[in-house]
Design a protein around this ligand. Structure first.
Ligand code: NCD
Length: 316
């Protein structure tokens, strides 16, 4: 069965229908309703790289729907330290589970795992490659705020070179006809092959170093952390660390309904003064990871989310 490795695995219609499912699952994600759609199913969490939100929201999603989760746990205490290959680990976990969520430092690892597995793989981040489940919760958050995805003006800022969240998101936004502004230091520009691919798909893309001058007519400003762990050269990191520090004082002329997003964790690119503004959306965005992943788990496991969740669910 195919999983979700890049956003190319979903059509626009499928994306919208999964977002609709996610919306219906909100009371289940909040714990107001118990709906064990995934009872008897087991998900394997294989995180070969640090994760807080992605791993925990996958686990919450599975458990809120009555399913179970097994974890690889700390890589240091697993057979990986004995030299087990990714191929062997996947082949084995494949036999223990119905679906696998994985994160790996190597770009392309999720596709490699999918080739080795019988069960669907959900790519929770492969190096500087893709992060499609994050994109689903990002799209959910954008649609929740603006009521639509098409035709929005979106600024993607920070580490566009190594940031996998913005790689996946810019592809999806292009497919929905958004205008993209890439704001980054020169060293951290969006890879040229991604920019040309987006343009071939009809995207309107502007590249700039000037973040603060780009936000006034934006509908969404998507900030990212500089991905320190992906730099081969520490001096190079030092040269771009702290490049952008979005502060409440920069928001004087922005649109009233503009939202500021961040996949988190943040370092210093969004000052806490922004948290109190009407624009901050990053903590809701993190919560939305639960509903988006619930809907994805149901879809990939072939389970239909009922049209009337309230009629089917029970009290906790
Ligand atoms: C992101 C990631 O792992 O790519 N985090 C996340 O999944 N929410 C972003 C990051 O680590 O900067």
């Amino acid at each position: 069965m195919t999983g979700l490795i890049t956003m190319d695995d979903l059509t626009n219609e499928e994306i919208l229908s999964i977002l609709d499912d996610a919306e219906r699952l909100l009371p289940v994600a909040r714990g107001e309703l118990y709906l064990p759609l995934l009872q008897g199913r087991i998900m394997g969490n294989l995180f070969f790289e640090p994760s807080t939100r992605t791993r925990m929201s996958f686990e919450t999603a599975m458990k809120r729907l009555g399913g179970d989760v097994i974890n690889l746990g700390d890589v240091k205490t697993s057979s990986v330290v004995k030299g087990e290959t990714l191929f062997d680990t996947i082949q084995m976990v494949d036999g223990y589970t119905d679906i696998i969520a994985m994160r790996h430092p190597r770009q392309g690892a999720a596709q490699y795992a999918q080739d080795a597995a019988r069960v669907p793989i959900l790519n929770g981040g492969d190096g500087a490659g893709n992060h499609p489940t994050q994109t689903m919760l990002d799209l959910f958050t954008i649609r929740q705020a603006h009521g639509r995805l098409d035709g929005l003006k979106v600024v993607l800022a920070g580490d566009l070179r190594y940031g996998r969240t913005v790689h996946s998101l810019s592809h999806a936004l292009t497919r929905f006809g958004c205008e993209l502004i890439f704001a980054s230091p020169t060293l951290l520009q969006m890879p040229a092959e991604i920019v040309s691919d987006l343009r071939e798909h009809g995207a309107t893309v502007t590249e700039t170093e000037d973040l603060y001058g780009s936000i006034d007519d934006a509908d969404v400003v998507y900030m990212t952390r500089i991905q320190k762990e992906r730099f081969a050269d520490e001096d190079e990191y030092a040269r771009c660390a702290g490049a952008y520090k979005l502060h409440a004082k920069h928001l004087g002329d922005v649109k009233g309904n503009m939202i500021i997003m961040h996949p988190l964790p943040r370092v210093d690119e969004i000052h806490p003064s922004v948290d109190e503004t009407r624009h901050a959306r990053y903590f809701e965005q993190a919560f939305n990871g639960v509903v988006a992943r619930m809907a994805l788990l149901c879809r990939l496991l072939g389970v239909t989310v009922p049209a009337d969740v309230n009629a089917q669910g029970g009290a906790l």
